[in-house]
Design a protein around this ligand. Structure first.
Ligand code: SAM
Length: 275
């Protein structure tokens, strides 16, 4: 499968970039192949791509994966994709808005488990990631290009400025690492932020035997107001007094004045046992 020249293909059609849909494309085959390598997929994997764009990442995925289901909301890309994906028999492009699809509709198309690889449209990065983490869809991993700041938050360590509710939401169902930084100049048109690729490996057994719902609530509450102590935030979210919240925090083995951003996932699990 030879390389294509996406810019030439686009020029030959009447496709116009839609900024509101986060249309910043990548055409560097080395970078695209490297992102696919970061994901660790093999010829046994079914891959879901969100945002086909011009189909360049799709082509790199198709070189390795068994099957690619690529979702794209913008039908104006149809003539571009007809050329850029010509002859690839393991690729299916679905012109749908993934966020508006119910789990059952998604599973009608993608049966069984799958891995996600995507250069995500930035305006919906967090809801898209949360969808695959929190729904019952059988995603085994997500290798996604996101804004650099979001990548830093996802892969942050406790007690750092980037550590936040999304760090813990990811940790509850898996582990994340940043695999590469990507300069804004690698995209066309070029966005006004730099990017990074994050790989999240999903392990849904991590909270087995624990009250996952309660742990989610504790984490969300802990980060409600970053400048407040954990006791203050928990008192507010659980409708208890600050003294009661402090008592539970101390019983779990922590300082009564501790802030939520200092605790790890294991600490939140310990704390949940006091509620
Ligand atoms: N994969 C291509 C690449 O790497 O060059 C395109 C990436 S571009 C950052 C994101 C793509 O997602 C755009 O083509 C955009 O139209 C599409 N998109 C935006 N919102 C979407 C949604 N809700 N569902 C599916 N695709 C969407």
């Amino acid at each position: 499968m030879g390389d294509i020249n996406l810019k030439d293909i686009i020029q030959g059609t009447d496709f116009h970039f839609n900024k509101a849909l986060g249309q910043n494309f990548i055409s560097d085959t080395n970078l695209l192949d490297a992102i696919v390598a970061d994901s660790g997929i093999t010829e046994d994997d079914t891959v879901v791509e969100i945002g086909t764009g011009g189909g360049t990442l799709t082509r790199s995925i198709a070189k390795v994966a068994k099957k690619v289901f690529s979702f794209e909301v913008d039908r104006n890309l149809e003539p571009v994709l007809a050329l850029s994906l010509q002859g690839l028999d393991n690729v299916e492009v679905i012109f749908r808005d993934v966020l508006r699809m119910k789990d059952a509709q998604f599973e009608e198309i993608v049966a069984g488990d799958f891995k996600v690889i995507a250069n995500l449209p930035y305006y919906i990065t967090t809801p898209l990631i949360m969808r695959f983490l929190e729904s019952d869809l059988k995603a085994k991993s997500l290798t996604v290009m996101v804004q650099k700041e979001v990548a830093d938050r996802i892969a942050a360590k406790p007690n750092t400025p980037d550590y936040s509710a999304i760090t813990l939401a990811v940790e509850m169902v898996g582990g994340a690492k940043i695999t590469r930084s990507v300069n804004r100049k690698m995209f066309f048109p070029s966005p006004n932020v730099d990017s990074a690729v994050v790989r999240i490996d999903i392990d849904r057994t991590k909270l087995d035997g624990e009250d996952a719902h309660l742990i989610h609530k504790l984490v969300r509450s802990a980060f409600l107001m970053r400048r407040k102590t954990l006791a203050n935030n928990l008192a507010q979210a659980f409708c208890i007094t600050k003294a009661e919240a402090t008592e539970k925090i101390v019983a779990a083995g922590f300082d009564g004045m501790v802030r939520g951003e200092v605790l790890s996932l294991d600490d939140y699990i310990k704390l949940s046992h006091e509620f």
